[in-house]
Design a protein around this ligand. Structure first.
Ligand SMILES: NC(=O)C1=CN([C@@H]2O[C@H](COP(=O)(O)OP(=O)(O)OC[C@H]3O[C@@H](n4cnc5c(N)ncnc54)[C@H](OP(=O)(O)O)[C@@H]3O)[C@@H](O)[C@H]2O)C=CC1
Ligand SMILES: O=C(O)C1=N[C@H](C(=O)O)C[C@H](O)C1
Length: 238
């Protein structure tokens, strides 16, 4: 497949490595300083684009891909409030979008276990629940997209809570998410249920960015040639 990389930072470089190992060709690289090349013939000839930039550029980049007729896998976080409107646009244009707050297989297993655990724990009032995420200190958005997805999975069962808040809270009608930025941490997410007598902890710890990058390339292989809007539940039979 001819893959266009949009964003050539930490993730773009890791994706390039995995895509080449899987026999794909990186036909064009778009970074901050050549974003006008998304109108070029070379970009339009790509089978799929993989977009990992930042919360502020992602939406415009998805639009450019759709307008150029290129299916797009988007891993950027911090823009998902706009998913309903962009999904409508993608469908109206007969385009293709694959998005996920986290592309790693392990995190998507963690999401499933998290939902199931929350459905049990919500019946026991002695336990408080909190989400915590740890990332490298260059990360622009807080809380992480993964922590928001995990929180949404918990809130499905905690009907007495009416949303999440990005701070630690006690006995609140909000679910607290704590964000810690430190060093080079690739991404660690923890859900803790705490009672006066014990604690139950569910953690996913990424050891590198390899799992995210492999998932993004698998999503690109899945998306090429399709139209519509997809996410990890369409790719993984969990
Ligand atoms: N869904 C998932 O599984 C994962 C998602 N992410 C998310 O992916 C995003 C990128 O992460 P990461 O690679 O670590 O970030 P980096 O900051 O390392 O890389 C982002 C790259 O995008 C470039 N860029 C900025 N604006 C544009 C633009 N308009 N067009 C094209 N390129 C642009 C930046 O250039 P410059 O440096 O010049 O600004 C930089 O090279 C983040 O939102 C992060 O949260 C990260 C890991 C996994
Ligand atoms: O910015 C990162 O690095 C990561 N971002 C994603 C998120 O916001 O959840 C996924 C992963 O945790 C790494």
């Amino acid at each position: 497949m001819r893959i266009a990389l949009v964003g050539y930072g930490k993730m773009g470089k890791e994706i390039e490595k995995i895509a080449k190992e899987r026999g794909h060709c990186i036909s064009i690289i778009i970074d901050q300083d050549n974003s006008e090349d998304m109108n070029s013939t070379s970009f339009k000839q790509a089978d799929v684009a993989i977009e990992f930039t930042n919360p502020y550029s992602a939406l415009n980049n998805i639009n450019c891909c759709i307008n150029s007729g290129v299916p797009v896998v988007c891993g950027s976080t911090g823009w998902l409030d706009h998913l309903p409107e962009i999904s409508e646009y993608v469908k109206a244009q007969n385009g293709a979008l694959f998005y996920a707050s986290n592309f790693s297989l392990g995190v998507n297993i963690f999401f499933k276990v998290n939902q199931h655990l929350a459905s049990i724990m919500s019946k026991f009032n002695d336990y408080s629940v909190e989400v915590e995420e740890w990332h490298h200190n260059q990360k622009l958005d807080s809380p992480s997209g993964t922590a928001i997805t995990a929180a949404e999975g918990i809130l499905e069962s905690y009907t007495n809570k009416n949303g999440w808040i990005n701070q630690s809270v006690n006995d609140s009608n909000k679910l607290g998410i704590i964000s810690i930025r430190k060093g080079e941490i690739p991404g660690t997410h923890t859900v803790t249920y705490d009672s006066p007598v014990d604690k139950i902890v569910l953690t996913h710890e990424a050891k590198s960015r390899e799992g995210f990058a492999l998932g993004a390339v698998l999503a690109a292989e899945f998306l090429a040639g399709k139209t519509g809007v997809y996410t990890m539940s369409d790719l993984l039979a969990l």
